[in-house]
Design a protein around this ligand. Structure first.
Ligand SMILES: NC(=O)c1ccc[n+]([C@@H]2O[C@H](COP(=O)([O-])OP(=O)(O)OC[C@H]3O[C@@H](n4cnc5c(N)ncnc54)[C@H](OP(=O)(O)O)[C@@H]3O)[C@@H](O)[C@H]2O)c1
Length: 324
């Protein structure tokens, strides 16, 4: 059994990791570290696990675990690793954006690999340190990478994506307050969202001269999931685009091309990304949908763990969508 540690286990992605790993047949949770809840049951933060686990949060860290997941806010992973020297055998999977960009990928002798299995599967299989992609970044890259691989992303791309409130983490804020968020929609960080950096780096690894990305992130009044619509000029027929996407994802376990228009609920609670293509005049519209906490975070982290440890890529990740 793989011994796993979770740092930041009382947060949203930490909670999802606990839920997934409790049902993972090749992993046992060694510890769930918390700065605020040491000694308390995990169910104090995640009451849905009542009757499922008696685990308690701890203030102690086992530096010799086989794998540790860092579920901390941006900047905190770097600080945490400076203070905690894990065994040289421990694999580290970081969910923040601390190590995602090329300029940050070498940290203290550790080389972090960008953990998007649809693009870097071989590198992940040989990695010890993973920078797990961002949630918007996952949905948008999976929509655009096939076109970049075919060198067809030369024109500007317009992207509109809406996320659920869990995307902002467990700490309440003005824009996650129920009274404001419920029955409401709003945009934020127009054209400047921080995930554009990692999206552009992946695209440029396939096509250097790609067109600019114009990204509008939106806050939706639901709790989880991301639906992204991306469109760009595309001279070919719809069937040409479909062929490109099917070829790119022919070995992908968790990215599916849907012939039918897609909706959020078909992927919420799963590690799937569903992608749909639509052609209008010379415009190709690509719709992609994921669960921000699973394919956008903790599920993808476990997918990466499976690849690193030579397990089936989907082990413990055959999850059921909520649907209704
Ligand atoms: N939410 C998403 O959809 C999503 C998707 C992809 C990536 N991410 C990224 O994943 C990371 C975690 O996100 P999240 O939504 O789970 O955040 P979160 O709900 O705010 O949880 C983070 C947890 O980290 C712990 N913590 C806070 N400061 C700490 C520190 N200085 N040292 C150690 N532990 C500390 C806290 O738990 P304790 O009080 O128990 O210590 C906190 O609950 C972030 O970098 C986020 O950007 C999130």
């Amino acid at each position: 059994m793989i011994k796993a540690g979770i740092i930041g286990g009382s947060g949203y992605t930490g909670g999802e990791l606990i839920r997934i790993l409790l049902n993972h047949p090749a992993t046992e949770i060694d510890f769930v570290y918390s700065t605020t809840r040491a000694g308390k049951r995990v169910t104090t933060a995640h009451p849905d696990l009542l009757g499922v686990t008696d685990l308690e949060f701890t203030g102690n860290i086992n530096l010799n675990v086989d794998v540790v997941f860092l579920c901390l806010g941006h900047g905190n992973s770097t600080a945490f690793l400076k203070e905690h020297d894990f065994s040289s055998d421990t694999k580290i999977i970081d969910l923040s954006n601390d190590f995602r960009l090329h300029k940050d990928a070498d940290f203290d002798g550790k080389k972090f690999i960008y953990g998007l299995p649809e693009l870097f599967k071989k590198e992940i299989e040989n990695a010890q340190y993973i920078a797990n992609p961002g949630c918007f970044a996952t949905a948008i890259q999976l929509a655009l990478l096939p076109l970049a691989k075919a060198n067809l992303l030369e024109n500007e791309v317009h992207i509109n994506a809406v996320t659920g409130s869990t995307g902002a983490g467990v700490s309440p804020s003005a824009t996650s307050h129920f009274s404001w968020r419920n029955n409401n929609v709003s945009w934020y960080k127009p054209f400047t969202h921080q995930h554009l950096g990692e999206i552009n780096e992946s695209i440029h690894s396939l096509q250097e001269n790609s067109g600019n990305l114009f990204f509008m992130p939106n806050r939706g009044n639901f709790t989880r999931g991301i639906l992204a619509t991306s469109y760009t000029k595309f001279e070919g027929e719809l069937a040409d685009a479909e062929k490109i996407y099917h070829a790119f994802y022919k070995n992908a376990v968790f990215t599916q091309i849907s012939e039918e228009p897609i909706n959020l609920k078909q992927v919420v609670n799963t590690n799937q990304c569903h992608v749909h293509l639509h052609k209008h005049d010379d415009i190709l519209l690509i719709t992609s949908a994921i669960d921000n906490l699973i394919k956008g975070a903790s599920g993808q982290a476990v997918q990466n763990m499976n690849l690193i440890f030579g397990l089936e890529e989907d082990l413990g990740l055959n999850l059921k969508a909520g649907v209704f």
